[in-house]
Design a protein around this ligand. Structure first.
Ligand code: GDP
Ligand code: MG
Length: 444
């Protein structure tokens, strides 16, 4: 998806408004990328439809590229599909914390249950300062208990094991009634596929230990299959959440995007590596930027939206398209950019800019500074009426004064003003459509 997004940034460059027509190709690319990433088809279609609805007709905010604005619409939808932004809602934030005493893990063989059990115990101990006990209730695989014992010793967490016992329900029951701990993490057996034996065992264990959390461990590499599996487990085990493992091996997000939308089960944690510290709470917002691969575009757009009120942007846009874009507007725009942080920092957030070398960014920044100095050395009237500075005999003295006042020479002033006039003409031409030749004159 991140590749599709950088193509889109080229397709949309220079557009002033996102329309059905100019985003059609972008949406097609997005759809293909989502399907390639193994996102469930219904989820994909719903997503594309909502992004279209949101993006069409959107006025591009000053200081932001249309592709970025499109990316923002994409991002918002991705976050929504994965369960919304917990940051925006405090009630949701607490929902992502593990509550209660008994946490039961289930899932297919190899999904990463045993690893996740140890990671969770470590998380509870380190992040939540709790006293966990790991319980080895996988009697299906001979070495399972030893695996958990080793992992437990690595994180300094006790492990409840009954060697030579084949009664998983009994082990789980006795495990959770061991005194001296405030949270119990039960690791269970998996199978290659979902079968009756597995489901019966899980149902029985659930009855015996009444877990506060029943978490399904899912392998992210299985893409949308993870989502249908989740729906299936949920129907018999009443899941409270999912743990998505091996996310380090999958940046495309097929599973992450499909699970919640298909099964209704929230992803609560993600495994991002083989080490026991590689477990993170799941944040839809973080995951969405990761899937889009667009760095901080979203925060850039949000900052820009905050700085330029809609009314300002609209007025600016109208002047632009009427060929009345003034030096004052130019100044306001560059100041919007500057106020978003340092120029290089902002530039780096823009798609297509990440690979650009520092010297070019420095040059652009220098140019922006020079332009500002020149504009500030103009009279208020000149700033509002750029036609006073259209190059002819009478304007030479104005330009000389402006150049001098800004600490440059006549040529520097001429160069900048010529560029500005060319830009203004081009804007007006674009607005007037093909065939138009000259900008409308501003009222004088
Ligand atoms: P179980 O059969 O469900 O208990 O699966 P295990 O916990 O034994 O894990 C199976 C394999 O997946 C092991 O080799 C783990 O090291 C590996 N694994 C588990 N979680 C992750 C993860 O988040 N990232 C990576 N790279 N490997 C993982
Ligand atoms: Mg295991």
């Amino acid at each position: 998806l991140s590749e599709a997004m950088s193509d889109i940034s080229q397709t949309l460059s220079g557009k002033q408004r996102l329309t059905e027509k100019n985003i059609a190709k972008a949406l097609k690319d997005v759809k293909r990328a989502l399907i390639d990433a193994d996102v469930n088809l219904q989820v994909t279609n719903g997503l594309v439809k909502r992004v279209r609805g949101k993006a069409v007709g959107t006025q591009v905010v000053a200081g932001v590229e249309p592709a970025q604005q499109f990316a923002k619409a994409m991002y918002d939808e991705l976050v929504e599909v994965m369960g919304g932004d917990p940051g925006a809602d405090e009630a949701m934030q607490t929902r992502f914390e593990l509550e209660g005493k008994v946490i039961l893990l289930c899932g297919l063989q190899g999904a990463g249950k045993t690893t996740a059990a140890a990671k969770l115990a470590n998380y509870l101990k380190v992040e939540e300062k709790r006293e966990p006990l790991l319980i080895a209730a996988d009697v299906f695989r001979p070495a399972a208990a030893d695996q958990l014992r080793i992992l437990g010793s690595q994180i300094g967490v006790d492990v409840y094991v009954e060697d030579n016992c084949t009664d998983a329900v009994g082990i789980a029951t006795r495990g959770v009634s061991t005194a001296g701990y405030d949270v119990y993490v039960v690791d269970t057996a998996g199978r290659q596929v979902v079968d009756d034996a597995l489901m019966t065992e899980l149902v029985d264990i659930r009855k015996a230990v009444s877990p506060d959390e029943t978490l399904l461990v899912l392998d992210a590499m299985t893409g949308q299959d993870a989502a249908s599996l989740c729906a299936r487990f949920d129907s018999t085990c009443d899941l409270t959440g999912a743990v998505l493992t091996k996310l380090d091996g999958d940046s495309r997000g097929g599973a992450a995007l499909s699970v919640r939308a298909v099964s209704g089960v929230p992803i609560k944690f993600v495994g991002v590596g083989e080490k026991l510290a590689d477990l993170e709470p799941f944040y839809p917002a973080r995951m969405a930027s990761r899937i889009l691969g667009m760095g901080d575009v979203v925060s850039l757009v949000e900052k820009a939206q905050k700085k330029v009120s809609d009314a300002d942007a609209k007025a600016q846009m109208e002047r632009m398209t009427a060929g009345q874009f003034t030096f004052e507007d130019y100044l306001a725009q560059t100041e919007t950019l500057a106020s978003m942080g340092n120029f290089a920092g902002v530039a780096k957030m823009m798609p297509g800019f990440s690979g650009i070398d520092a010297s070019k960014i420095d040059a652009a920044e220098l140019k922006a500074k020079r332009a500002k100095a020149l504009i500030q050395s103009m009279t208020p009237k000149e700033r509002r009426l750029p036609d006073l500075l259209i190059r002819d005999k009478t304007s030479i003295s104005r330009m000389t004064r402006i150049g001098k006042g800004a600490g440059f020479d006549l040529r520097a002033a001429q160069t900048f003003i010529a560029e500005f006039q060319a830009m203004r003409t081009m804007m007006a031409r674009m607005a007037a459509g093909p065939g138009a030749s000259s900008p409308t004159k501003p009222p004088s």
